[in-house]
Design a protein around this ligand. Structure first.
Ligand code: TPP
Length: 332
């Protein structure tokens, strides 16, 4: 059975509400700056932004502990930021600087930070899912009550890695939570054009994995669904699957003419902008005033300015270091 928990903003504490809004603003403003930097050729290579999906990362990660693991995709700046990877080390990585979280070797799609237990950043669709299952297996074998959280797009549910991973995770009752961000399009392919079963929770349920569905444009709904799923998994129930119904406002990557979806559809979803609607709801409830909103924006802008300055003054990764860290030990 799929559960869709409701979320009521009127029960929020002021501080808690501001923290959720700030979390989403950090992701939104960071990526808006990344787009500018990319256009100015300060950032190169592929870059995929998360704008429109911020409620998912912020809501879903509320119930994770620092010792839990997070595994992500190539659209991972938001996941990394919310998880606690410093903005400066993310941006330096995107600049290809040695001070970046992956020493400048990874770029936008391969952010990694062991201290934050952030295990990537993965350019391969569904590539992170077996990694999360492996992390969960290690925790189970070593008797730790940690959870591994894995984010992936709906395109990944068509991959064999998804099916093999759900099967093994359910069979072995592993502590892994599958967070599916269904933004309706895998690159230029609509879900309805590629899947016979478009109810993704039904796919997960076929592996006897309990499922939740959440409005991915509502940070409280995301938090509620993920909270229940993570609690069940941490209590020993085995894996859980949460589908967040969301939308990306920008193109798939920086090179995408977006010919596969009508502009009116994008406009319709933008009316449900998770950052703006949450801020408006808080104002209506008297939980946020103009000055507080401005102060949050100022804090976020300062953090991003510092990150840009850090990335700018960093050292470009030298070509001689290109093959360093490929293998931990020499392979014979
Ligand atoms: C195994 C594999 N196949 C194809 C690609 C090319 N590719 C890159 S992104 C993408 C779409 C994935 O969409 P989805 O998983 O829904 O994530 P979203 O981009 O919507 O966040 C594809 C097919 C790839 N990177 N890896």
């Amino acid at each position: 059975m799929t559960t869709t928990p409701s979320a009521d903003p009127s029960s929020l504490e002021r501080e808690e509400a501001h923290a959720l809004l700030k979390g989403m603003l950090r992701v939104r403003r960071f990526e808006e700056r990344c787009i500018e930097l990319y256009s100015a050729a300060r950032i190169r290579g592929f870059m995929h932004v998360y704008i429109g999906e911020e409620a998912v990362a912020v809501g879903a990660m509320q119930s994770l502990r620092p010792d839990d693991a997070v595994v992500s995709t190539y659209r991972e700046h938001g996941h990394a930021l919310v998880r606690g990877v410093p903005a400066a080390s993310i941006l330096a990585e995107m600049y290809g600087k040695a001070e970046g979280c992956s020493r400048g070797h990874g770029g936008s799609m391969h952010l990694f930070d062991l201290a934050a237990r952030f295990y990537g950043g993965n350019a391969i669709v569904a590539g992170g899912i077996p990694i999360a299952v492996g992390l969960a297996l290690a925790d189970k074998l070593q008797g730790r009550d940690r959870v591994s959280a894995c984010f992936f797009g709906e395109g990944a549910v068509a991959e064999g890695a998804f099916h093999e991973s759900l099967n093994l995770a359910a069979l072995w009752r592993l502590p892994v939570v599958f967070f599916c961000e269904n933004n309706l399009y895998a690159m230029g392919t609509a879900l309805t054009r590629s899947e016979s079963q478009t109810d993704l929770t039904a796919k997960a349920a076929s592996y006897a994995v309990p499922t939740w569905a959440a409005d991915g444009m509502d940070v409280l709904a995301c938090r509620a669904a993920a909270g229940q799923a993570v609690a069940a998994t941490r209590a020993g129930a085995g894996p859980a699957f949460v589908e967040f119904r969301t939308y990306r406002f920008r193109a798939h990557s920086m090179y995408d003419p977006e010919l596969y979806r009508p502009k009116a559809e994008v406009q319709r979803w933008k009316q449900r902008d998770p950052v703006e609607t949450f801020a408006a709801a808080l104002q209506d409830l008297g939980l946020l005033d103009r000055a507080e909103h401005d102060a949050l924006e100022r804090d976020v802008a300062a953090e991003i300015d510092d990150a840009v300055a850090f990335a700018e003054r960093g050292t470009l990764e030298p070509v001689e270091a290109l093959t360093d860290h490929v293998y931990r030990r020499r392979v014979r």
